[in-house]
Design a binder for this molecule. Structure first.
Ligand code: GLC
Length: 707
């Protein structure tokens, strides 16, 4: 690629670092976007030197843009097409926070695999996924796009996604290169307000927020998208510590860095650049390769280099990485790689893909409460009420090619059993006669939640109560003495105290194209729910940030029997979440035996085997996710009260008993310190194994380093 690089003029080199929307290349599609488009100051030469395209809608459009571009290009380096395929292309899968609930990385891989097959028929080569942002704040709208609060779970799900996108290799049609985002620490936006300041200690950054991005790179992500926020007061998009020290030096990343939408230009709003010339200078010297949607490089880099402020080597390095990405995506062999209208007709929304989406949805629901009302009997007569009774809007944010019009509603899939159905969000729109009709039902299903627009980018909320006092619907229904099943459709943890009296509570999140059918199959027991929460559900907004792997503090509160005043607690609410990380019920009843360790002292070069017996003490087959946590009792720094280190999702036949074995290695005992170094200290550790972060059996062992 260096030979090709050396053939480029400086304008052509700079062009390779410009990413713009497709309409720039197709005049008749040009959407007159006043302001931003004019400000870009992109003339024909700059446009037809651009290196990549943001978003494309079909194979026809992609081929039209590529053809027009190559016709005009002197050097004929193909455009590379990138887009947001977050949880499906047209066959939509559960939102990432729902997939995280499955605790099954294989399902993330399946979602990504299907996404790649479908998206590549439109000529897309790179997806801006997975989103590996850890978040401990459900007020942040983008928790819906991530995999929760735990670095290990996020890392496992992210690895699954990257593996699924890459498939047999990014050079083959039907596969996508992956761009992990948003680097770094975006999920720590203060007060959960999107695009807000992030102020993280190096310890938190290294030990909690960075590991999942690294897992994505180790799995093969070829691009890293920078985040809108600052780290140490420096916007990530121009942050040398992140983009050069961590990414290039420490992690030896050789792929491409790309800004988020306009995030390079936005460093002026951050107050770290006074004009676009300084924006361009800080970008290229900070370590940013591709500039998305703004044009600082196109308009200022050439002069910065000719005036000697920027070494052309920085430009060459960035352009070479882009050329290598295009080479590895096979674009020099076939600039139209993957784009095929015929294949799109065959593969997109195929029965096989819909079935895959259904199967992922099955495992993405979390049963939060069940007094035995579920599973329903086949003859149960149902009254279905609430804003999601007849809604097709159950696929969640970033489903831009999704086809809601093709999706079934709960009302449609439950029609044989329905005696009454009302799709309304306002309690004031319900009359006594509505509730009287409920008298003919055996059970009332309330389909409640937030709209899809309540979460996602730029959709943070200061309060996370159920909108429109929907929990009053439950109170009204209970007056008629009916059993209730409450379904929740939401993209974030909500405050659920008002729903605790329901007989069964099923967290459905946004389950994608097959949402209604998957829920029906869980309600009637064809599928036994197996999801576990990837984020804590708080009792109060005031508890946030709330997460399971917290430190003990110097004055730990030991619970309701601890009457010591001077301990870390609130006067008005318990410390514990309403529903904890890793929690989720099943129709089965799983019982755990005591842990058996093959040794109680682990020497430096040894491992420990931990065994536990799990019994499915029921006549219903199902999955159980056995979670393994570790606590490091004494170290140079305070360590979390427990941390997820492994999990196994295991199938049990009725009344089946299985011995589950985990091998503990010293990697499970390592922590990352504030210098970003792995540290392993001898001492006492406790192993916790169980069905939730707050329901475990424990055993101690010593890790000893022999002198
Ligand atoms: C958006 C999002 C990012 C997305 C990008 C391109 O602003 O922050 O996640 O990939 O723009 O659409």
């Amino acid at each position: 690629m260096k030979d090709l690089l050396n053939q480029l003029t400086i304008k052509e080199k700079i062009g390779q670092l410009l990413q713009i929307a497709p309409f720039f290349f197709i005049k008749d599609l040009k959407i007159e976007v006043a302001g931003p488009v004019e400000e870009l100051n992109l003339n024909e030469e700059k446009i037809f030197n651009a290196g990549s395209v943001l978003g494309i809608g079909s194979a026809e459009e992609m081929m039209d843009v590529q053809e027009k571009y190559l016709k005009r290009s002197r050097i004929k380096i193909p455009l590379i097409f990138m887009a947001d395929i977050i949880h499906g292309y047209k066959t939509i899968f559960p939102v990432p926070i729902a997939m995280a609930s499955s605790f099954n990385p294989k399902l993330a891989e399946i979602c990504a695999r299907v996404s790649a097959i479908e998206a590549s028929t439109a000529g897309i080569h790179v997806t801006f996924s997975p989103m590996a942002d850890l978040s401990r704040d459900p007020r942040w709208g983008r928790v819906v796009e991530g995999f929760g609060e735990d670095p290990y779970l996020i890392g496992e799900m992210v690895k699954g996604m990257v593996k699924g996108y890459i498939g047999t290799g990014i050079n083959h049609p039907g596969n996508l290169a992956s761009c992990v985002k948003h680097f770094a620490g975006y999920g720590a936006s203060e007060a959960g307000r999107d695009y807000n300041t992030v102020d993280l200690s190096r310890l938190s950054l290294y030990s909690q927020y960075l590991p999942a991005y690294k897992k994505a790179l180790e799995a093969g992500s070829r691009l890293v998208m920078t985040s809108f926020n600052t780290i140490d007061g420096v916007p990530s998009t121009v942050n040398k510590f992140l983009l050069r020290d961590v990414l290039r030096e420490k992690w030896e990343f050789t792929g491409v860095t790309i800004s988020d939408y306009d995030s390079l230009k936005q460093i002026m709003a951050h107050g770290v650049a006074k004009d676009m010339e300084e924006v361009a200078y800080k970008g290229i010297t900070g370590g940013l390769d591709i500039e998305m949607a703004s044009s600082a490089y196109s308009n200022h880099l050439e002069k910065l280099i000719s005036d000697g402020y920027v070494d052309i080597q920085l430009l060459d390095e960035a352009v070479l990485r882009v050329l290598e990405l295009k080479r590895d995506c096979g674009l020099f062999e076939d600039p139209y790689k993957g784009a095929s209208t015929k294949l799109a007709e065959e593969l997109v929304l195929s029965a096989e893909h819909k079935l895959a989406s259904l199967e992922v949805a099955h495992e993405s629901m979390v049963l939060l409460k069940n007094d035995g009302v579920l599973p329903l009997s086949k003859t149960s007569k149902i009254a279905l009420i609430g804003p999601y009774a007849s809604s097709r809007a159950t696929i969640g944010p970033w489903s831009w090619h999704g086809r809601r019009d093709l999706h079934e509603t709960l009302e449609e899939v439950l029609k044989e059993q329905l005696v009454f159905c009302k799709n309304d969000v306002l309690i004031t729109n319900y009359t006594d006669s509505d509730f009287e009709k409920i008298a003919f039902a055996d059970v009332v299903i309330l389909a409640l939640g937030e709209s899809e627009e309540c979460s996602g980018e730029a959709h943070s909320k200061s309060n996370i109560v159920l909108p429109n006092k929907q929990d009053l619907l439950l109170k009204m229904v209970e007056k008629y003495g009916k059993k209730t099943v409450t379904l929740l459709f939401n993209g974030r943890p909500l405050l659920l105290q008002g729903l605790l009296s329901t007989n069964a509570l099923l967290e459905c999140w946004f389950l994608g194209s097959q949402s209604a059918l998957s829920i029906k199959e869980v309600l009637y027991g064809k599928i036994n729910p197996s999801g576990k929460l990837p984020m804590s559900f708080p009792r109060s907004i005031g508890q946030i940030p709330l997460y399971y792997n917290h430190l003990n503090t110097g004055r730990p509160y030991k619970g309701p029997n601890d009457h010591n005043v001077f301990v870390s607690k609130y006067l008005d609410v318990e410390n514990k979440p309403l529903f904890p990380f890793g929690y989720g019920l099943s129709y089965s009843n799983f019982e755990y035996s005591l842990i058996k360790l093959d040794k109680s002292i682990m020497l430096d070069n040894e491992t420990i085997e931990a065994k536990i017996t799990v019994l499915n003490n029921s006549d219903i087959a199902g999955y159980e996710t056995v979670e393994l946590y570790i606590k490091d009792h004494f170290a140079m720094i305070s360590r979390p009260v427990l941390e997820l280190k492994q999990f196994k999702k295991i199938w049990f036949e009725p009344n089946e008993c299985k011995e589950v074995s985990f091998i503990i290695t010293k990697e499970d005992l390592v922590y990352i310190n504030s210098d970003g170094n792995n540290v392993l200290e001898p001492g006492t550790f406790t192993l916790f194994i169980g069905k939730s972060s707050d329901q475990t059996i424990s055993e101690h062992f010593e890790y000893v380093i022999k002198k």
